[in-house]
Every structure is written in structure tokens, then in C-alpha cells.
Design a protein around this ligand. Structure first.
Ligand code: NAD
Ligand code: MG
Length: 394
């Protein structure tokens, strides 16, 4: 049994809490070095009392002050703040494994810090990889980090490939990756009805319980677009070799097709503790607290092609990947701004892809030659997207 010391970036979120649930089941195997959160100090304080990390980080100073006050009687937990605090704990020698579960571009710098420290990096924060693609994968290679996918689809694909051929699947006879998608809560909605859907409806995912941003991404199919890009980087392949299959039951988490006609699939209940436990313990297998799959109760599987007319975000993501350079970072930034505006009632659901497309057209693509360039384009795109949103009435 391999013992691991873990730092969890984004501990108070949906993935963070599921990770802690798996960790809690294996006190002999896992200990917690650091826990981090954005602004919810009270929630992090509760977790610190249970897991007693050496370090806790809040993204903002005010929240860090509050956490210090809440943990005044726990001197063993040092409280840091800001991006520098997040990067410090991600790279600190106190842990060998980092769960990258901050949502959005805010996770890039800390995730990269963990990569550069050569750790086992459990990647939930797909936006970090989408933004920086080649540079991120180069850093993984250069620093000998062990990058394991936590996104359920990518973890499924990883499980269906020979472990030593993950970066060169063609040499293992892989012909296609079949990336499954639930289709989201609006799969059966008419195009005209997508103008009036609410954030509450968008966040009520039929199969998965997730953070708000990824729930909206699932509803627009941008999540699948980001995952298409993520798959191309993780498995060193191109979009022509990845085919999205809408599978509303969300039991098959993805499939890998081989030259001899075999298709390997990974199945399981839609519960993120399965891929999280797989990444934490890999190559060993541990109890994740997930109920056994009851295929008799599920009965049938269905598959459909994605509808790019009603859900243009998947097309926009594929186009951004094809444009290359900084285009995926611009796509991601515009999407984050548009989703936040939708959640705040300032943008209608159907205008999310409109904002993203306008931003992609306006912000020219340049080669992604450094992380600085990526961060510059990210802020340029955010500013442009915000201006466009203010021009569109809800
Ligand atoms: P969430 O919103 O539930 O949690 C996000 C976490 O990040 C919280 O702990 C929050 O405090 C922290 N955070 C937010 N903004 C921050 C900032 N600016 N600086 C520092 N910390 C910040 O999100 P989630 O659903 O857990 O998703 C996390 C990541 O995992 C996302 O990238 C998502 O795409 C990915 N993911 C999630 C799921 C899922 O089932 N939830 C599945 C696959 C991939
Ligand atoms: Mg996924």
C-alpha cells in the first residue's frame, strides 16, 4: 500500500469535498498536507478541524483573516492567502499529490506550480489545460510530473488504454476515442426555449451534482467542448480521432476503439468519487464509497449525435482548438465571463455562445509561446466579453 500526502486545491467545492470523502475512508493510506478555498472561510475552517492540515489557504486576504480568527485555537494550521499562497502549497515538499480542483482560469498558476514541482497531479481543473495546452504538457514532461485525469470521461479513457501508451495511443492500436456526454438538462429543449431557461434549471443536472460553472457548461455543451480539447492534449490526439456520443444515462464514462474492432468502455455510477479514488490510489484500487452499479435497474443505454445547431459551444471549442495558439484561452475566458453573467441574470442562456463567438472573432490568435501571453489574452478576452455583454439586453 502506497501512503500519500495530499494537498487539495479547491477543497470546499464539489470535487474537493468528494476527494475528502475518499480520503476520510482511508486514514491509514492518505494524510492531508494543505487545504485551500476561494472565499468561504467558515467552510474551510470546518474541514481544517477535521483533517488538521499543516497549511490552509484562502484566495483573498479578508477571507484569510477570517480563517485565522476561526482557527485561533489550532496553531498547527498555518494560514496563507492569495495566488502566491496557493502556488506555495501546490509546490511545497510537504505533499506528494495535489488535487487540482479550483474552478476556471484561477487554477492555472497553482496547478502549474504542482506540475513544476514534479508531483502526482490529479487534474480536475480542465480549464488550466485548455488554456495552456502544449505549454502545460511540456511542463509535465520537463518536470517529470505524474498527470492523472480526474474528469470522469478522461479517467475512463485512461483506464481503457495501456498505461504506458497514454501519450501515444496510436502505437497501441487505438483508432478512436468515443467521448460520452450526458447532453445536459436541455437535451430535449427546442432551440427557441433555450432563450428563457433559468440558472436554476441549468444547474439542475439530470445525473451529476457539480459546481455551478461546470453545470452551466454541461447545459451549453461547452463542457464537452473543453473536454474534447482536454482529450486531445492528454492523449496526444486530434479532434478527428475523438467522437462525441450523447449518452443520457451517464453510465458509460467514455470508450476507446482499437484497430481490431474492439471497443473498451469504463462504466460506473455517475459519482466523481470513482475517478478521484482511481487517481489517488493508482495503480492500486481502493473503496470509493460508491454503490455497485445495478445494470438491471438501468435497463437500457441510448446514444445520439450532439446537436451543434442548438448547442454551438461544442463547435466553437473545436474551432478554437483548430485555430490553435491562444484561441482556446480566449474561448475559455469568454465562456467564464458569459457563464458568470448568465448565473447573475445579466445574460440569457442562448447568448452565451454569441458572446464567445464575438470574442473569438475580435481577439486575434497569436502563438501561445509563453504563459504570460496566455494570461494577457485571457484578460483581453475577459474585458471584451464583458463589454459585449453590457451591449446585449437580457
Ligand atoms: P466548485 O465551484 O464546486 O468548487 C470550486 C472550488 O474552487 C471551491 O473550493 C472554491 O472555493 C475554489 N475557488 C473558486 N474560485 C477560486 C479562486 N479565484 N481562487 C482560488 N480558489 C477558488 O467546482 P467543482 O464542480 O468542484 O469543479 C472544480 C473543477 O473540477 C472545475 O474545473 C471543473 O470543471 C472540474 N470538474 C468538476 C466535476 C464535478 O463533478 N464537479 C467533474 C469533472 C471536472
Ligand atoms: Mg467530465
Amino acid at each position: 500500500m502506497t501512503k500519500r500526502t495530499i494537498s487539495i486545491l479547491g477543497a470546499t467545492g464539489s470535487i474537493g469535498l468528494s476527494t475528502l470523502d475518499v480520503v476520510r475512508r482511508h486514514p491509514d493510506r492518505f494524510s492531508v498536507h494543505a487545504l485551500t478555498a476561494g472565499s468561504r472561510a467558515d467552510e474551510l475552517a470546518v474541514l481544517c478541524r477535521e483533517f488538521r492540515p499543516a497549511v490552509a489557504v484562502m484566495a483573498c486576504d479578508v477571507a484569510a483573516e477570517r480563517l485565522r480568527a476561526l482557527l485561533a485555537d489550532l496553531p498547527e494550521t498555518r494560514v496563507l492567502s492569495g495566488e502566491s499562497g496557493l502556488c506555495d502549497v501546490a509546490s511545497a515538499t510537504g505533499s506528494d499529490t495535489v488535487m487540482a480542483a479550483i474552478v476556471g482560469a484561477a487554477g492555472l498558476a497553482p496547478t502549474l506550480a504542482a506540475v513544476r514541482a514534479g508531483k502526482r497531479v490529479l487534474l480536475a481543473n480542465k480549464e488550466a489545460l485548455v488554456m495552456s495546452g502544449q505549454l502545460f504538457m511540456d511542463a509535465v514532461e520537463q518536470h517529470g510530473a505524474e498527470l492523472l485525469p480526474i474528469d470522469s470521461e478522461h479517467n475512463a479513457i485512461f483506464q481503457c488504454m495501456p498505461p504506458d501508451k497514454v501519450r501515444d495511443p496510436r502505437s497501441a492500436g487505438v483508432t478512436r476515442i468515443l467521448l460520452t456526454a450526458s447532453g445536459g438538462p436541455f437535451r430535449e429543449y427546442a432551440e427557441k426555449d433555450l432563450r428563457t431557461v433559468t440558472p436554476e434549471q441549468a444547474c439542475a443536472h439530470p445525473n451529476w451534482s457539480m459546481g455551478q460553472k461546470i453545470s452551466v457548461d454541461s447545459a451549453t455543451l461547452m463542457n464537452k467542448g473543453l473536454e474534447l480539447i482536454e482529450a486531445c492534449w492528454l492523449f496526444n490526439t486530434s479532434p478527428d480521432h475523438v467522437q462525441v456520443h450523447v449518452h443520457p444515462e451517464s453510465i458509460i464514462h467514455s470508450m476507446v476503439e482499437y484497430a481490431d474492432g474492439s471497443v473498451l468502455a469504463q462504466l460506473g455510477s455517475p459519482d466523481m468519487r470513482t475517478p478521484i479514488a482511481n487517481g489517488l490510489a493508482w495503480p492500486e484500487r481502493i473503496d470509493a464509497g460508491v454503490a455497485p452499479l445495478d445494470l438491471f435497474a438501468i435497463g437500457r443505454f441510448h446514444f445520439e449525435r450532439p446537436d451543434l445547431q442548438r448547442f454551438p459551444c461544442l463547435r466553437l471549442a473545436a474551432e478554437a482548438f483548430a485555430s490553435g495558439g491562444t484561441a482556446p484561452a480566449v474561448l475559455n475566458a469568454a465562456n467564464e465571463v458569459a457563464v458568470a453573467a448568465f448565473l447573475e441574470g445579466r445574460l440569457c442562456f442562448a447568448d452565451i455562445p454569441v458572446i464567445i463567438e464575438r470574442t473569438l472573432v475580435a481577439i486575434g490568435v497569436v502563438p501561445a509561446d509563453s504563459f504570460e501571453t496566455i494570461f494577457e489574452k485571457d484578460s483581453e478576452a475577459r474585458q471584451w466579453a464583458r463589454e459585449q455583454i453590457s451591449l446585449l439586453a437580457v
